[in-house]
Design a protein around this ligand. Structure first.
Ligand code: SF4
Length: 531
C-alpha cells in the first residue's frame, strides 16, 4: 500500500505497511480501487452531461464514494467492495441511458479487473510534479465530497459542480492533453473553486434547515440521566437523534466538531440537548471509555474503538467492522443502548464555552468590527483554526493564541479550536476576543466575512489587517486551502508540517505566487505579522 493523504503520514512521506490511522493494507487497496471506479463514473457523468443527461443518484454516489476514502472514515473493506460494484453499476447505467457505449460487462467483473489494476497515489504518474498535482486534486476533491455529501443530505445539490469535479477526476497524465505545470495548478485551483460552492451549499443546507447560528453558551458539564454522545459533522443525524429521545430522560451531548451545532436555533430548542463532552478527535481513545452512554460517529474522525466497541455506532459513510451501523434514520438501537447504560447519576454544572459566530452573526457585526478597527480598539484579526492532531508540535497553536496581543480578535473553526477552546481570552467591546465560527466547512463564513470587509473598505482581502494561521490534518483542510488560494488569499501560514503530496517544485510555485508559509514559532510568526 501507499497512502500519503494526511498530515500524520509515516515519516512525513507515506504509509506503506498499514496506516498510522489504523487503515489496513486491504482497506487502503479497496479505497484505491474505489477511486479508480469513481473515475469511470466521473467519465460517464461528463459524457452524459454533454448529451444533456444528468442523474442525481450518480452525483451523490461520486460524493459518498470519495468521502468514504477520506482519512478516518471507512475502515470496512467489505462495505468498500460493495460500493465499488455499485459505482460500476451506476456508470454502466448512466452510459446506457445517455446512449453512450457501455462495456456490456457486469459490474462485478469490472470491479474484479480494477482490483488488479487500480494505482495507489504513488503510481499516478511518472513525473513527480504531475503526480503531485494529481494527488493535490484528488485529495482536494475528497474534501469537496465530504461537504457536497452533507449538503445533498439536506437537499442542497448543484449538478454543475459534480460535472466540474468529474472533469478533474478524468484528468490524468495520459488523457491525451499535454499540460504545463501552470495548467496543473489551474486544475488544482479549480478544485478550490468547486469547494467554495460545496461549502456554500452546505451553509445553505444547514442554515435553511436549522436556522442561522446565534451566540450560545455550551455546558461542558452534564445532566442527571441517560446519555448519548454524537460525534462528527452531520447535523441531520443529530437532529434525528434529538427527535428520537424527545420526552425521555436521555440527554444528548456533542463531541469533536459537533460543538457548533448548539448554536443552531432548531437544534438548541430541544430540551434534551444538554452539552458537550471531550475534546478533539485524537483524544477519543482516552476520553470515550468514560462516557456513560453510546457514542455515534456520523463522519470522520473515527479511530479504532477496540476498548469500547460495544457502545460505538456509525452512520452515513462511516464504518468500523463490528460496530452497529445505523441506516434509514432508525436510531432505536442507539436509544436502547443508552437506556441499558448507566448515564450520569447527578447533574454537574461544569464550565461553559461560547459558540455561534456563524456567517449571519459575523456579517451583522461588520459595522461594529470596522468601527473597532478604525478606533484602534482592534488592531488585527487572526483566523487560527483547521484540524487538530496528535503531534506535539501542534502546541504551537495554543501558544500563538496565548501570545496574540489583547487588542486582536481571534476567529476559529474546525477542531483545531480544541487547542484553546476553553480559554477565557476576555472581550474587546461587545466581542469576545475568541469567536467560534463553527465547523471546518464554516470556513465559508470566514471567507464571506473577509470578502465583505474588503468590499466595504474598497481593498482586497490581502490588504485587510487579517492573518490566517491554519492547522491541517486531512483532505477537507486541503480543499479549504485550495479554496483560499483560488480566491487569491496570500500569506497563509500552515502547519504543523507541509503536505507530503506537494512536490518541491509545486511548493516553490505556491510560495512564489501565494506566499504560503510553514509556521515557525509563535514569537517569530507574530513578529512577522504584527511587526
Ligand atoms: S490516511 Fe493518513 S495515516 Fe492513514 S494511511 Fe493514509 S497517510 Fe497514513
Amino acid at each position: 500500500m501507499f497512502c500519503n493523504q494526511c498530515e500524520q503520514t509515516m515519516n512525513g512521506t507515506g504509509c506503506t505497511f498499514g496506516g498510522i490511522c489504523g487503515k489496513t493494507e486491504a482497506v487502503a487497496h479497496m479505497q484505491d480501487v474505489l477511486v479508480a471506479a469513481v473515475r469511470k463514473l466521473a467519465a460517464a457523468i461528463v459524457a452524459a452531461d454533454a448529451k444533456g443527461v444528468s442523474d442525481e443518484a450518480a452525483d451523490d454516489l461520486v460524493w459518498s464514494a470519495l468521502f468514504s476514502t477520506l482519512t478516518n472514515v471507512d475502515f470496512d473493506s467489505e462495505r468498500l467492495k460493495e460500493m465499488i460494484v455499485r459505482v460500476f453499476e451506476k456508470a454502466e447505467d448512466l452510459n446506457t441511458r445517455a446512449g453512450l457505449p457501455a462495456s456490456g460487462r457486469t459490474a462485478a467483473s469490472l470491479a474484479n479487473e480494477t482490483l488488479l489494476t487500480a494505482p495507489s497515489p504513488d503510481k499516478f504518474a511518472e513525473n513527480e510534479d504531475v503526480r503531485s498535482a494529481l494527488q493535490i486534486i484528488l485529495f482536494g476533491l475528497k474534501g469537496v465530497a465530504a461537504y457536497a455529501y452533507h449538503a445533498a443530505e439536506l437537499g442542497c445539490r448543484d449538478h454543475s459542480i459534480a460535472v466540474r469535479a468529474s472533469k478533474l477526476l478524468c484528468a490524468s497524465e495520459t488523457d491525451g492533453v499535454t499540460r504545463s505545470l501552470e495548467d496543473w495548478l489551474a486544475l488544482a485551483l479549480e478544485c478550490g473553486n468547486i469547494n467554495v460552492r460545496a461549502m456554500q451549499l452546505l451553509d445553505e443546507g444547514n442554515t435553511k434547515t436549522y436556522g442561522d447560528p446565534v451566540p450560545t453558551q455550551v455546558s461542558l458539564g452534564h445532566r442527571k440521566g441517560h446519555a448519548i454522545l454524537v460525534s462528527g459533522h452531520d447535523l441531520k443525524d443529530l437532529y434525528e437523534i434529538l427527535e428520537a429521545v424527545e420526552g425521555t430522560d436521555i440527554f444528548v451531548y456533542t463531541h469533536g466538531e459537533m460543538i457548533p451545532t448548539h448554536a443552531y436555533p432548531k437544534l438548541k430548542a430541544f430540551r434534551n440537548f444538554a452539552g458537550h463532552f471531550g475534546t478533539a478527535w485524537q483524544n477519543q481513545i482516552m476520553e470515550l471509555p468514560a462516557f456513560p452512554g453510546p457514542v455515534v460517529f456520523t463522519t470522520n474522525c473515527i479511530q479504532n474503538p477496540m476498548m469500547y466497541q460495544d457502545k460505538v455506532f456509525t452512520s452515513g459513510v462511516v464504518q468500523w467492522p463490528g460496530c452497529v451501523h445505523i441506516s434509514n434514520g432508525d436510531w432505536s438501537p442507539v436509544v436502547k443502548k443508552a437506556l441499558e447504560m448507566p448515564g450520569y447519576a447527578e447533574d454537574s454544572e461544569g464550565r461553559t464555552v461560547t459558540v455561534g459566530f456563524g456567517r449571519k452573526t459575523l456579517l451583522d457585526a461588520v459595522p461594529a468590527i470596522l468601527d473597532a478597527v478604525k478606533s484602534g480598539a482592534v488592531k488585527h484579526v487572526f483566523l487560527v483554526g483547521g484540524c487538530d492532531g496528535i503531534k506535539e508540535e501542534r502546541r504551537y497553536y495554543t501558544e500563538i493564541v496565548e501570545k496574540i496581543p489583547q487588542d486582536c480578535l481571534i476567529l476559529t473553526l474546525g477542531c483545531g479550536k480544541y487547542k484553546f477552546f476553553d480559554k477565557d481570552l476576555g472581550n474587546i467591546g461587545p466581542f469576545p476576543r475568541l469567536l467560534d465560527v463553527g465547523q471546518c466547512n464554516d470556513a465559508y463564513a470566514a471567507v464571506v466575512l473577509a470578502l465583505k470587509l474588503a468590499e466595504t473598505l474598497g481593498c482586497t482581502v490581502n490588504d485587510l489587517p487579517l492573518s490566517l494561521v491554519l492547522s491541517w490534518y486531512e483532505q477537507k483542510a486541503a480543499a479549504i486551502l485550495l479554496s483560499l488560494l483560488a480566491l487569491g488569499v496570500k500569506n497563509v501560514r500552515l502547519g504543523p508540517s507541509l503536505p507530503a503530496f506537494i512536490s518541491p517544485t509545486i511548493l516553490s510555485v505556491l510560495v512564489e505566487k501565494f506566499g504560503i508559509k510553514k509556521v515557525t514559532t509563535p514569537d517569530e510568526d507574530l513578529k512577522a505579522i504584527l511587526g
